[in-house]
Design a protein around this ligand. Structure first.
Ligand code: ADP
Length: 373
């Protein structure tokens, strides 16, 4: 008898076909020139050239040296928010609607468009909406209100402390992993059920305001913390649909009184800026910040490398960021990464390091195991 599962596991063929479809998907998004880029000389010097047909990006170090990199998608400065959602997040959301866990994250230097890509609300202009709002819109329109439930938690991870952006008095929230199921939870964090899009805007606005207030109090910038939206989904309707498609003898496996609920979650993460902080010019809390951001992004990179190498040990315990990801990254969970870059050659080395991070992530093939019943 199958038990209600926290998030389901299936054979690779059920989860969209080949192992390649389970690899971490990586897209690059180029931000348009901004006034700061243009202020540095009338002859704006870009170090990036995109080749959308071949999904390649050329990075020019100088007149003599240029490297070319292949991604799953390259988005030019004209790419719409809708297109970015459809390529980067929609397949993950669809998989979450089927009962799997998933993660979508944005990585890059501060000012390259992570928050624009992920967190833009676009309340009055739907074309501006980022991945968080679009994912919730998509989920709300796909679920049955009689049988399904969707709720969110919205958190910030700063100096290895998890803070609740929906209930700011809650800080230092623990991260707990169920020893049996591997399910990760954050006891004490608010989980607010959502009914409609207005409610989504309301909560995300509260989260944004609390993030701003908390960061002002701590005398830091939002770009120095990771913002994590967790969408919790519970669906009974899918089980009913699946049951009705089964043959009669299979029906006995799912007796009518068994409250089978499909539970899954989607993490949407706006990572802290990946730029190196010049420690020599920094003092006090900025050095602490740099240390913790380096720790979490380095540990994320290590997990990505371990997954890419199919290593049996994924070192998720090294940082709080990767501990939160533990059940939503690798395995049967689908993961998409969008790396954001600016065009200016002044930031060549940051852009290059962002691109290398994305290239390492491209190699990840999630190993799909059949669930033991
Ligand atoms: P980050 O979160 O990486 O620090 P932001 O998302 O705050 O960067 O973007 C920095 C600025 O650039 C913002 O004013 C944002 O509106 C703008 N911006 C970023 N990406 C785009 C884009 N693709 N199209 C238009 N404006 C963008």
């Amino acid at each position: 008898r199958p038990s209600p599962s926290p998030a389901r596991s299936r054979a690779a063929t059920d989860n969209g076909g080949s192992a390649d479809s389970c690899r971490v998907r990586v897209a690059v998004r180029l931000r348009p020139n901004n006034s700061e880029d243009l202020a540095h000389g009338s002859d704006f010097d870009s170090c990036v050239e995109l080749q959308p047909e071949s999904k390649r990006l050329k990075l020019k170090k100088n007149n003599w040296s240029c490297e070319s990199y292949k991604f799953d998608e390259v988005f030019s400065e004209n790419a719409s928010q809708k297109r970015v959602y459809e390529v980067v997040a929609k397949p993950v959301v669809e998989s979450v609607l089927e009962g799997y866990n998933g993660t979508v994250m944005a990585y890059g230097q501060t000012g390259t468009g992570k928050t624009y890509t992920v967190g833009r609300l676009g309340k009055d202009d739907p074309s501006e909406r980022g991945i968080m709002v679009r994912a919730l819109e998509h989920i709300l329109s796909s679920m049955s209100f009689e049988t399904d439930r969707v709720a969110i938690s919205y958190l910030q991870l700063y100096l290895e402390s998890v803070q609740d952006l929906l209930a700011p008095e809650k800080t230092n929230i623990p991260i707990v992993e169920d020893a049996k199921t591997g399910e990760v939870s954050l006891p004490g964090a608010a989980i607010v059920e959502i009914k409609d899009l207005e409610h989504v805007f309301h909560l995300l606005q509260i989260g944004e305001a609390n993030r701003h207030a908390a960061n002002t109090k701590m005398n830091t910038e939002s770009s120095r913390s990771h913002a994590i939206l967790i969408i919790h989904l519970q669906r009974s309707s899918r089980i009913k649909e699946e049951k009705s498609s089964l043959s009669n003898d299979m029906h006995d496996i799912f007796p009518d009184d068994l409250p089978l609920v499909l539970k899954s979650k989607l993490l949407i993460v706006d990572l802290a800026g990946s730029e190196r902080i010049d420690k020599s010019g920094s003092e006090g809390h900025m050095i602490e910040e740099a240390k913790f951001i380096n720790l979490s992004l380095t540990s994320l990179g290590k997990c990505i490398n371990a997954l890419a190498e199919n290593s049996p040990h994924i070192p998720t315990r090294d940082s709080k960021l990767t501990r939160i990801f533990r059940d939503s990254f690798g395995g049967t969970a689908r993961t998409s990464l969008v790396v954001t870059i600016g065009p200016s050659s002044r930031h060549y080395s940051e852009t290059s390091s962002t691109i290398m991070f994305g290239q390492r992530a491209m190699k990840v093939v999630n190993t799909i195991k059949l669930k033991e019943e």
